[in-house]
Design a binder for this molecule. Structure first.
Ligand code: COA
Length: 180
């Protein structure tokens, strides 16, 4: 496997979009409704001042994709991250994060930020009233159904906040950061 910049090539972009749709099937949510919206996401990632990296095998099959864009001057927001559904839990997500850290470091960035939604009650802070004491409930978060916040924690990210009801009542966005 190697990790390269996403090439501006129609067929390749389509392959990345297909992996984006396929990879999220394991999460029970569907942030991109169809191939067209997934294609738009991949095309946007190729804009200037963005990072868009893809893991490929020796036959140039897409295994996973990671993107990031500038938020604050020295902070990059990770968006999105996906690994092909049949290849998850084999270290590809970890390799993409490590690669992104290097990419951000080499651009002088200090921090990676991300938001990871809980839209389907996969954590103890999904599906409940978070007020009052939002931060107390968040700091006692438990993983109920393989929500990816734990994946990020294993890679050194910390939960730095939460946006209650980000995607509707009881659907918070968990904010995580890591210094690179
Ligand atoms: C989340 C995702 C990117 C992780 O990539 P991956 O290649 O499957 O993960 P890795 O194999 O590198 O896992 C690294 C570690 O995190 C753990 N991990 C991975 N996904 C996890 C999850 N959903 N919940 C808890 N732990 C998880 C692994 O078990 C492994 O732990 P270990 O080091 O103790 O063995 C991938 O599973 C994916 O694409 N999921 C669907 C899309 C998604 O949720 N994207 C993130 C949105 S914020």
């Amino acid at each position: 496997m190697k990790i390269i910049d996403v090439p501006n090539d129609k067929d390749f972009i389509r392959q990345v979009a297909e992996v984006l749709l396929d990879g999220f099937t394991t999460s029970g949510i569907n942030p991109w409704e169809n191939l067209e919206s997934a294609l738009t996401e991949v095309r946007e990632s190729l804009s200037e001042n963005r990072i868009s990296r893809v893991a490929i095998d020796k036959n140039k099959n897409v295994l996973g994709w990671i993107g990031a864009f500038h938020d604050y001057a020295l902070v990059w927001e990770l968006h999105p991250l996906v690994v092909r559904s049949d290849l998850q839990n084999q270290g590809i997500g970890t390799a993409l994060i490590r690669d992104l850290e290097q990419q951000i470091k080499s651009r002088g960035g200090l921090t990676i930020k991300l938001g990871t939604d809980d839209e389907n009650n996969r954590t103890s802070i999904g599906g409940i009233e978070l007020y009052p004491n939002v931060l107390e409930k968040t700091s006692n978060i438990e993983n109920l159904k393989k929500h990816p916040f734990e994946f990020y924690q294993k890679l050194g990210f910390e939960i730095t906040g939460v946006i209650p009801d980000a995607d509707g009542f009881g659907k918070p966005d968990i904010i995580m950061c890591k210094r690179v």
